[in-house]
Write a protein that binds this ligand. Structure first.
Ligand SMILES: [Mg+2]
Ligand SMILES: [Zn+2]
Length: 256
């Protein structure tokens, strides 16, 4: 087991843009689907599945969906940073995302990133059916109550359980966890981290607003002094620089 764990969000973090937002832009009738879905008790997987069903019914097939998603880019600094992390034996690497398996695989493949080098990619299951519809399923079958996440995929709940099960199995704790993200659900994940951990948040996005609202001096988001350290990034070059410098800083000190 590696000594440190890096967790990446995908949309607006590893890529510049949002896969699901592009899909909901494919047809005018889809644009309001993301509103109030949770009040109706639906999960995000169900919302995207319905959207993709309508897309298929309107005669748009796999080639159209691929073209839409492949408008997104994984930047050079992100590619470089991932290759560094993948080669670093002290570091475990996962993606935790509300996109889906198919979109993430498609973009990683397009930009030459070997997905087998991740220790896990946790996102909505998705596969094409015979009618050229991408079927997206819930991540969790049970409904989870969370202020920040869809009811079918709470990032904080997942991360807490994931880390506990890895540490349990290896009978060893990560010295530190580093979380990179931009959105509301990433705030939920950040709340599950502790004082030896770091959250790298994207400037001007929802996670930044939640940190500004709930944290004093960019530091203490929890009352018990167990808050992770919050570090801002504005562009992919800065994310890469800051992440690599954290990864290479002394683990003994961070663990203490
Ligand atoms: Mg995101
Ligand atoms: Zn949550």
């Amino acid at each position: 087991m590696a000594e440190q764990l890096v967790i990446f969000d995908f949309d607006n973090t590893l890529i510049d843009g949002n896969t699901d937002a592009l899909i909901l832009d494919m047809l005018p009738m889809l644009r309001n689907m993301s509103m109030n879905y949770d009040k109706e008790g639906r999960g995000w997987g169900e919302v995207m599945n319905s959207a993709l069903e309508i897309i298929a019914q309107n005669g748009l097939g796999k080639a159209d969906v691929d073209e839409c998603i492949l408008a997104l880019r994984i930047s050079e600094p992100v590619k470089y940073m991932l290759s560094m992390l993948m080669a670093d034996e002290r570091t475990d690497l996962i993606i935790l995302s509300h996109s889906n398996e198919y979109f993430i695989d498609l973009l990683l493949l397009e930009f030459g990133i070997d997905k087998s080098k991740f220790n896990g990619i946790f996102t909505y299951p998705a596969e094409w059916n015979d009618e050229e519809q991408l079927r997206v399923r819930r991540f969790y079958e049970q409904k989870l109550e969370c202020t920040y996440c869809p009811n079918d995929f709470c990032k904080g709940y997942f991360l807490k359980n994931f880390i506990a099960s890895v540490e349990d199995e290896k009978r060893k704790q990560y010295s530190r966890r580093i979380y990179v993200g931009d959105g509301r659900a990433d705030y939920c994940a950040a709340l599950s981290l502790g004082k030896s951990d770091t959250v790298l948040y994207r400037y001007g996005f929802a996670l930044h607003r939640l940190i500004s609202l709930n944290c004093e001096n960019n530091g203490t988001c929890k009352d018990n002094g167990d808050s992770p350290k919050y570090v801002c990034w504005k562009d992919f070059e800065e994310m890469k620089e800051k992440l690599i410098s954290i990864i290479n800083s002394s683990l003994v000190f961070a663990a203490y």
